[in-house]
Design a protein around this ligand. Structure first.
Ligand code: ATP
Ligand code: MG
Ligand code: MG
Ligand code: MG
Length: 444
């Protein structure tokens, strides 16, 4: 026939092989200076993250996120993506540079006060570095002239840097001036539909924290300068937390003190229970906004009767970098980091014996084991080899314990003895599960 398809080389995207990461080559410099501990460091996660090379301090409330932190954060973002997309969320990315005009229209240019980083461009136009994006996303929706009720609910979210000139940046990643947030904005056809969306986001948040293995509470919260009529916070109970929570001993009531009168002892819900105060780290915040922003920007959709109506909105934040630090804060001891299993930068560290020791011939065996583990589908890129064989196993074990690899595999005495005495059998490796503190002896 005359219809000839041009022959193309088949497109076979083969990723390059992942080399085995060597501990001696990982960029994780300790940033803890002598004497700094007692003066500047205010909490456990900050001390551990500086000590073990996860963070390097920059300006107040700003940090270099070193490679291990980025690995953890990418894992967290993947989990968040799964949860948000499971409820219909679509990911986008909005400009960090926001025109003052938008914020003047909502009245928040003045309301935000000193917390907003403000700047002016070469034409004399005012901007801010986005501390949150209700204005921007609502304007985006308002620009869609023919949005139909059939396209709602619409859930748009992003994971981006946010900028807030906090009065007291402290506790490392727990309160930065530049930090990552996941912020989702929902648009619904009615108040009822918006409440339904609100519930499904709250459930997704609960699932996320469950999957991370973190103990969490959902409390009623103040709507602050975001506005709206209904709001909850997701809090991790912790003494270092800056939020004070009141929980009723008799009913389900739980609220941030910012909402109930502080000092109140009797429960406003059941009137009979006593309120108990505890502290928490706010890791997520949900708001039902109604038409507060859609009214201002005229974000409308066409109803089934082909009449324009204002979208009912919600907004939903998760503190991405705060969750990382908060998880370390609540799970770790002073001696070392313990991660939610899903967030550890690497899953396994393999320790070959010390150079010059009796079992030195096992170095090759350790490398072989590390490569074999790394070839398992669930462990691809997740296995590191602590090749610093000039150091004793004990010293490297201590480092590994401080960094918090979920599994440490020691190729040492045990493997050698097995190999000599029972030539027929496979060598045995000592596998330390850091979460439970258990040690197992496994063969290949
Ligand atoms: P906070 O009360 O701690 O100042 P917020 O109520 O001002 O927080 P939201 O506007 O509700 O914060 O932002 C959503 C989420 O972003 C918060 O629940 C929190 O997890 C995270 N977050 C807010 N401020 C910071 C910050 N300075 N550093 C790191 N994460 C933050
Ligand atoms: Mg704040
Ligand atoms: Mg708050
Ligand atoms: Mg909040």
């Amino acid at each position: 026939s005359s219809c000839v398809h041009p022959r193309r080389a088949p497109y076979t995207p083969v990723p390059p092989p992942t080399p085995l990461p060597l501990v001696s080559r990982l960029f994780q410099p300790s940033n803890l200076r002598e004497g700094q501990e007692s003066t500047e460091l205010t909490c456990r996660s900050q001390r551990l993250m500086l000590q073990t090379g996860f963070l390097h301090p920059s300006n107040p409330g700003c940090f270099y996120y070193l490679p291990a932190t980025v690995r953890s954060m990418e894992k967290l973002v993947r989990l968040i993506d799964q949860e948000m997309q499971a409820i219909g969320g679509q990911k986008l990315d909005m400009p960090a540079l926001c025109a003052a005009d938008l914020w003047r229209r909502s009245g928040r240019w003045d309301l935000m006060g000193k917390e907003m980083f403000r700047l002016r461009d070469r034409h004399g136009i005012d901007y801010c570095l986005g501390p949150t994006h209700e204005e921007a996303v609502t304007e985006l929706l308002a620009s869609q002239a023919n949005l139909s009720y059939r396209q709602l609910p619409l859930l748009l979210y992003q994971v981006t840097r946010k900028f807030r000139d906090e009065q007291k940046p402290k506790f490392g990643l727990l309160r930065g001036r530049e930090f990552y947030m996941k912020d989702m904005y929902s648009f619904d056809v009615s108040e009822e539909a918006a409440h339904h969306t609100y519930q499904s986001v709250c459930q997704a948040y609960g699932r996320l924290f469950d999957r991370l293995g973190l103990r969490w509470v959902q409390v009623r919260a103040d709507t602050g300068n975001i506005g709206g009529t209904l709001s909850h916070e997701f809090q991790l109970p912790a003494d270092v937390g800056e939020d004070r929570l009141l929980t009723c001993g008799s009913c389900s009531f739980s609220a941030n003190v910012e909402l109930v009168e502080p000092g109140r002892a009797d429960c406003p819900q059941c009137q009979s229970g006593t309120l108990v105060e505890s502290k928490g780290i706010e890791v997520g915040h949900t708001f039902y906004l109604g038409t507060k922003y859609s009214q201002v920007f005229q974000a409308t959709f066409n109803t089934a009767q082909n009449k324009p109506a204002l979208a009912e909105m919600g907004c939903f934040g998760l503190g991405v970098t705060r969750i990382l630090a908060a998880a370390i804060e609540v799970l770790s001891s002073d001696d070392g980091i313990r991660w939610p299993g899903l967030l550890a930068p690497y899953q396994v560290c393999v320790l070959p014996p010390k150079k010059g020791s009796k079992t030195m011939e096992l170095v090759g065996l350790a490398e072989e084991l590390a490569l074999r583990l790394a070839s398992l589908s669930g462990l691809r890129g997740e296995v590191v080899l602590d090749d610093r064989t000039q150091m004793t196993i004990g010293k490297r074990l201590k480092d590994a314990s401080q960094l918090g690899y979920p599994y440490v595999v020691v190729v040492g005495q045990g493997a050698a003895v097995e190999q000599q005495q029972q030539q027929q059998q496979q060598p045995k490796f000592e596998v330390i599960c850091q979460q439970s503190g258990e040690t197992l002896f496994l063969s290949r």
